[in-house]
Write a protein that binds this ligand. Structure first.
Ligand code: 5GP
Ligand code: ZN
Length: 117
């Protein structure tokens, strides 16, 4: 069922504590942890505890959790002392999405190019 934990989902397993992660901050609705393959000095993934395949599905079903995700990312950026940072939702394999549990990338600590590759 939409929103329910999925047995075969890596990020649901991290939410459940069944796979270890370096958690930097947790709220009632979200978890933030360091990316295993960082693309910047700070690379944190902020995820909803509920399972939706991507950001658009999450936003359609759970707008308040989507707002929590953005607020939580901003709080982590402040705690990481980032003056500038980038927030990214890769959506679909063509855009580089590899884990189909909605997640927000928080990248910072280096210069960023525009447009992204
Ligand atoms: P996507 O490519 O779907 O936008 O982002 C998935 C991210 O999850 C990638 O940046 C990847 O490095 C990260 N990732 C994949 N497996 C793990 C894991 O087991 N632990 C952590 N912390 N990050 C992971
Ligand atoms: Zn999941």
């Amino acid at each position: 069922m939409a929103g329910e934990p999925q047995d075969d989902c890596l990020f649901c397993k991290i939410v459940a504590g069944r796979i270890p992660a370096t958690v930097v901050k947790e709220t009632e609705t979200t978890v933030a942890f360091r990316d295993i393959n960082p693309q910047a000095p700070t690379h944190v993934l902020v995820i909803p505890k509920v399972h939706y395949a991507d950001a658009a599905e999450l936003a359609a079903a759970e707008p308040s959790v989507t707002a929590d995700l953005l607020r939580h990312a901003g709080e982590v950026a402040t705690e990481e002392k980032l003056e500038s940072y980038r927030l990214v939702f890769n959506t679909g394999s063509g855009a580089g999405q590899t884990v189909f549990h909605a997640h927000l990338h928080l990248l910072g600590g280096r210069g960023m190019h525009w447009p992204p590759g």
